[in-house]
Design a protein around this ligand. Sequence first.
Ligand SMILES: Cc1ncc(COP(=O)(O)O)c(C=O)c1O
Length: 362
Amino acid sequence: MTANQIARKSVQSLRTLMTGAQDQSSIRLNANEAPDSHRSPDDSLGLNRYPEIRPSGLRAKLAELYDVSSDNLLVTRGSSEGIDILIRAFCRPGQDSLITLPPTFELYGYFGQIQDAETISVPLSPAADFALNANAVLDACTDETKLIFICSPNNPTGNIATYRDIANIATAREGQSIVVVDEAYIEFSQQNSLAANIDAHENLVVLRTLSKAYALAGARCGAVIADETVIDILAKVLPPFSFSTPAVTYVLQALGEVGLAAAEAGIARIVAERERLLHALDNIRCVERIWPSHGNFILFQLADQPAVLAHLKSRGILVLGYGDQPGLKNCARITIGSPSENDAFLATLKDFETSVMKKPSG
Ligand SMILES: Cc1ncc(COP(=O)(O)O)c(C=O)c1O
């Protein structure tokens, strides 16, 4: 069975959406658009016209950025949309399941629930530094498991899954499940993207995003990278014209030479700040445990998590706290901010120690 056949039958049989001719020089009376812009006679973006059904220029630019062929890439509104369309394309409501490895990004299970696809959890253990256990993943698969989500670097634990483990899972599940590697944070790590390995596994999907390392969360731009058969299936599910003309124009501009150099410098700054924070947190008494991170965030465990988070909040500093979520008891995740924001965070933790934490008696 090919990756195409793993998809829902109703999706397989959809025709691929096409538009009529959209060239600028023709008299365009074929798309029920307004003939001109009402805003100003020189509306240079031409917003009265539909954008391309799929943004071909942006697709080519992202393919170049991620070093893959355009045929292997679908542009999505953030990688969130990639997760959504994967689940809608491959999981039959009420019948199929997906696997997630908690603690991890919650949208996999969230979109799964919308689709009425069961989420099977294969927990990562804090005792094993949240390492992926490929055998446990394979043991949890059933005949109805269509998607396996692996986040690497993992949000919020910050660790990386090895290509060997992912390749073992993809090989063992060939023809049965799609293995999705979410690389939202890969630019902050030293790890190579698995986008380079899609030729070796028809059922391997890689998700990328411009929201993190490229500092473009507001533009909503991501990419699904996979074998052409998978891309063609997903293209049937993605709504037409989903990328607005201003978004395409803006992102293309942001990915020019200047923008890319700025992104590279930004990544280096975040990584340097991450290492500084890791070191500084080591010397703060209310922090009980810190996990190394390959992302733009750090997971740490606190002696009195609610009190520390309340203290930070009272000083206008927000970090993400976890309740009793398995594996994350008393944990919090800080996103690496600017040097001054990080300094404010550290100073507030120190202040908590001196002003709120009880001094050891004796
Ligand atoms: C692991 C992971 N994947 C995907 C996303 C979604 O990002 P976006 O939709 O902005 O690309 C996030 C956002 O926090 C994330 O942490």
